[in-house]
Ligand binder design. Structure first.
Ligand SMILES: C[S@@+](CC[C@H](N)C(=O)[O-])C[C@H]1O[C@@H](n2cnc3c(N)ncnc32)[C@H](O)[C@@H]1O
Length: 310
């Protein structure tokens, strides 16, 4: 008799992996910060690209730690800190790095987070209504939705572009306390009806609640403030976002900085995955990469990667 099949743990395929490596262009002795280590896909690509490159990884999810520990055990050029990228300055100070050659923020969720029902991020699987990147601190999604009044919930949903924010907030408020992701999805469907197209009607609600639970806009704003100042000349900041609420602040911050002589945009338009990646990695569909480069004050920074210039 054959052994019963164990479910495979979800793997995370790094988005725009090679493009990120081309832009950060690791060099021997260069120092790189991966502010969103996840399962280490981008970090490993940076380490592989040059045998002398050094990487510091951060992630606030304790479940990133085992992969980080395994990588650190076999690769002395890698270090990991369980930290929020909002605190990237103190993290760099802690390892004695003043400035670095490259910084990557690959925002949002990893596949293992999304596909583990107990984490409470998934629309498709019922689980506790949690949604914390760090389950050891802060309010869960259920606690947040319990604390906010109906108007505040509507504002939260409206802020992420949910047109039916008031109707959804009314249902959420009426059905409290919500215990599971299924309860939240059912409240949205009671307000707006079942799925008609390709997108689940609760997608934006889940995004808005996750973003508020993890204070994602605040963390991104803090990182966009600190990261450019931590780049060496010739260094690059790469940010991959997955929805317009993430991309907008990146676009505005980069454009504002590119008005100063020390910085320039990597590309005028955001970089998106090519067809083959879109076909093989679903998560890449909404990905949008922006690059900011620190150039010499005269504006004569190093050459850009040929391929990414298109
Ligand atoms: C899209 S995944 C990154 C995947 C990674 N690039 C890889 O190849 O495995 C985003 C990761 O960032 C982490 N994260 C999100 N917000 C964070 C924050 N403010 N500080 C630190 N880590 C954060 C999440 O826990 C998640 O592991």
């Amino acid at each position: 008799m054959s052994a019963p099949k164990m479910p495979k743990p979800p793997i995370h395929v790094p988005v725009l992996r090679d493009t990120v490596v081309r832009w950060l262009a690791p060099r021997s002795g260069g120092r790189y910060l991966d502010g969103t280590f996840g399962r280490g896909g981008h970090t490993e690509a940076l380490l592989e690209a040059d045998p002398g490159a050094l990487v510091l990884g951060l992630d606030k999810d304790p479940e990133a730690a085992p992969a980080a520990a395994a990588l650190a055990a076999r690769e002395s050029r890698f270090r990991f800190l369980p930290a929020d990228f909002a605190e990237l300055g103190p993290a760099l100070d802690a390892v004695g790095w003043d400035r670095v050659d490259g910084i990557l923020l690959d925002l949002g969720l990893s596949s293992p987070q999304l596909e583990t029902p107990e984490r409470g991020f998934a629309l498709r699987h019922d689980g506790p209504l949690d949604m914390r990147f760090d389950p050891g601190s802060g309010e869960t999604a259920a606690e947040l939705l319990d604390r906010l009044d109906e108007r505040e919930i509507a504002d939260l949903l409206f802020g992420i572009g949910e047109r039916r924010s008031r109707a959804i907030a009314r249902r959420i408020a009426a059905r409290r306390p919500l215990g599971t992701t299924g309860d939240l999805r059912a409240a949205v469907i009671a307000a707006v009806g079942p799925r008609r197209g390709r997108i689940d009607p609760a997608t934006r609600t889940f995004l808005a609640v996750r973003s508020a639970v993890n204070r994602e806009p605040q963390a991104l704003a803090a990182a966009l403030h600190e990261a450019p100042a931590r780049l060496l000349e010739g260094g690059a900041l790469a940010v991959i976002s997955y929805h317009s609420g993430e991309d907008r602040p990146v676009k505005h911050a980069f454009r504002r900085l590119a008005g100063q002589p020390e910085f320039e945009l990597g590309t005028r338009r955001p970089i998106r995955p090519e067809e083959d990646e879109l076909e093989t990695n679903r998560r890449s569909r909404s990905a949008c990469l922006r690059i900011l480069r620190r150039v010499e004050a005269s504006g004569t920074g190093g050459a850009r990667p040929e391929e990414a210039r298109r």
